[in-house]
Design a protein around this ligand. Structure first.
Ligand SMILES: [Zn+2]
Length: 244
């Protein structure tokens, strides 16, 4: 129990530094769930539960892109071994960067092992609540569906139209089950979302199209009436001419 508690305070310190010094979002203050409000601590997928998760938008002006970072915070151990690094790397199933953090300096052989095992290292100074980057994490490319699933757990929903992630507590998000070639009926197992902005834009476009369509129909009806009346006049004139 004591060990658990010690790790817990280190988790909060690592989270604090990740937010302050590295610009990651590590909590959802708008959530109704206390756990998410406090921080993305001890949350994961399929039994892979990193100590701290941070998210950041690293996209450009044309496309959003989410970066997920995970940290496994270890207490002061005599040696950090291969199995510790293995545990860290497992998070790369949904994270783009994975780190081991420890409250002491790393030995040269540990640094070497981290590079070999493809994990990053942070030295954590608990008094200053500061993470010092020792070894950067290699970039990982987690599957998109895993990223979406994790983000949903943190209450960020991906819009299928604009690809943006939206805090579900701040915006109306419409969910629906789209048609799928491999589903036997209309009930697909997955749900897609559209954000408020995209749905109002789609509505506007649809509305504009309808308006244009009606305008055209109306113009055509008017023209047809004109033609009918001219034809009628012509026929009338013709029959008059015949009778003379
Ligand atoms: Zn959208």
């Amino acid at each position: 129990m004591k060990r658990k508690k010690k790790e817990n305070t280190l988790w909060a310190k690592a989270k604090h530094s990740l937010e302050r010094d590295y610009g990651y979002i590590c909590s959802n203050p708008h959530s109704k769930r206390d756990k998410l409000k406090r921080g993305f601590i001890n949350i994961g997928l399929g039994g892979i539960i990193p100590d701290v998760i941070g998210i950041k938008d690293i996209g450009n002006q044309y496309e959003p892109k989410i970066e997920i970072i995970t940290i496994e915070v270890k207490e002061n151990l005599p040696n950090y071994k291969e199995r510790h690094m293995d545990q860290v790397r497992r998070s790369s199933i949904f994270a783009h960067k994975v780190f081991l953090a420890a409250p002491r300096e790393f030995k040269p052989e540990e640094v070497e092992l981290a590079v070999k095992e493809r994990v990053g290292l942070f030295e954590l100074n608990p008094d200053k609540q500061k993470l010092k980057l020792i070894v950067p994490s290699p970039p990982f490319e987690p599957a998109e569906n895993k990223v979406i699933e994790l983000m949903r757990r943190l209450e960020y929903y991906k819009c299928g139209v604009c690809n943006c992630y939206w805090n579900k507590n701040l915006i109306n998000i419409t969910g629906y089950r789209p048609m799928h070639a491999f589903s036997e009926d209309e009930n697909t197992k997955f749900v897609k979302f559209i954000c408020e902005k995209c749905s109002s834009k789609l509505y506007d476009l649809h509305h504009k199209n309808l308006k244009e369509k009606f305008a055209e129909e109306w113009k055509f009806t008017k023209l047809k009436k004109k033609v009918d009346s001219v034809t009628f006049q012509f026929k009338k004139a013709k029959s008059k001419l015949k009778s003379i």
